[in-house]
Design a protein around this ligand. Structure first.
Ligand code: IPM
Ligand code: MG
Length: 353
């Protein structure tokens, strides 16, 4: 029996529904295993702009820092497109404030969802089980930005230090040691200086991990390789922006972006866990969103931040069981399956804990 403090950032769009779904499942875990999960709801993103005039109130940062972990839904939406500070700024701000430099995004093709993948069966014959390790607090997301006063040009800076590359590289190699010991480092070293430094640093670091095979791939080729032979990848390590793009691609190959979790970690055990998809404002409040990505993000939180592996496994097994029974939300629906909503999906998973 243990006590954990969890900060909940429900956010915008479908955020509140999917976080509620994850809480339903966490409550079932708490009951079965005798834990205490204490939730504190905090605001970030568009809802925080509406309430406080800023996407990331200081109180949110303070409460997240004082928690054992943060569970996040999603932020953003067209409503705030013309605000001075966009909701996404809150997300980047909290990642930075908590020092969450490493973002782990696993994509696994579940046998139940083969039909939901856009790839042909032959391309999926060897499956897909890739971990994208995305650098999360550097690169072009945090470089200097300029827009000329007359609006005639704008620029964003991509900058990486050796230290930043090293620390994300370490995470990738250590992750690979627990998996199939293969790392593909993705860059654009045929053009960018920052990528040349990235490649050189990864090559140096690889010497500390003799059991791991490191290869390098240009990002354009990596995108193509993911589409034509996804099974070749074990761990992909890459920069903030390339990781953003490639993780959407790998999740689509796995059937739906609505299925995949992520963990953002830094130097401490306090991590932030969130689905990799966005706030989907077009379907907000309709009870048709897929809560599974957030539910399995909660499972990652139990395992990686709280050390509760059995409880995490119970969640993942319950998800599989409900999929085996044929239940599907709209995004992963195929003929002959039982279409259900967000609430019901979460309730069924909770029941099967
Ligand atoms: C993600 C999202 C964010 C990102 C956006 C919302 C700022 O796309 O987490 O992948 O680009 O990091
Ligand atoms: Mg993204």
């Amino acid at each position: 029996m243990a006590d954990f403090k969890i900060a909940l950032i429900k956010g915008d769009g479908i955020g509140p529904e999917i976080v509620d779904g994850a809480v339903t499942v966490l409550d079932a875990v708490a009951k079965k295993y005798g834990h205490n999960f204490n939730y504190t709801e905090v605001d970030m993103g568009g809802c925080a702009i509406d309430k406080f005039g800023t996407p990331l109130p200081q109180e949110t940062v303070d409460i997240c820092k004082a928690s054992d972990s943060v569970l996040l839904g999603a932020v953003g939406g067209p409503k705030w497109d013309n605000c001075k500070e966009r909701p996404e700024k809150g997300l980047l701000g909290i990642r930075k404030a908590l020092g969450l430099y490493s973002n782990l995004r696993p994509s696994i093709l579940k046998k139940q969802l083969k039909d939901a993948s856009p790839l042909k069966d032959e391309k999926l014959a060897n499956g897909l089980d890739v971990m994208v390790v995305r650098e999360l607090t550097g690169g072009i997301y945090f470089g200097e930005r300029h827009t000329a006063e007359d609006g005639s040009w704008a620029s964003d800076e991509e900058k990486y230090s050796v230290e930043e590359v090293k620390r994300i590289g370490k995470i990738a190699f250590e992750t690979a040691m627990l998996r199939n010991k293969r790392v593909v480092s993705v860059d654009k070293a045929n053009v960018l200086d920052s990528s040349k430094l990235w490649r050189k640093t990864m090559t140096e670091l690889a010497k500390d991990y003799p059991e791991v095979t490191l290869t390098h791939m240009y990002v354009d080729n990596a995108a193509m390789q993911l589409a034509i032979n996804p099974a070749q990848f074990d761990v992909i390590v890459t920069s903030n922006i390339f990781g953003d793009i490639l993780s959407d691609l790998s999740s689509a190959i796995a059937g739906s972006i609505g299925m995949l979790p992520s963990a953002s970690l830094g130097a401490t055990k306090c991590g932030m866990y969130e689905p990799i998809h966005g706030s989907a404002p077009d379907i907000a409040g309709m009870d048709i969103a897929n809560p599974i990505a957030t539910i399995v993000s909660a499972a990652m939180m139990l395992e990686m931040s709280f050390g509760l592996s059995a409880e995490a496994k119970a969640i993942n097994d319950a998800v599989d069981k409900v999929l085996d029974m044929g239940y599907r939300t709209t995004d992963i629906y195929s003929d002959g399956m039982k279409k259900i909503g967000c609430k019901e999906m979460a309730a069924l998973i909770a029941e099967n804990i």
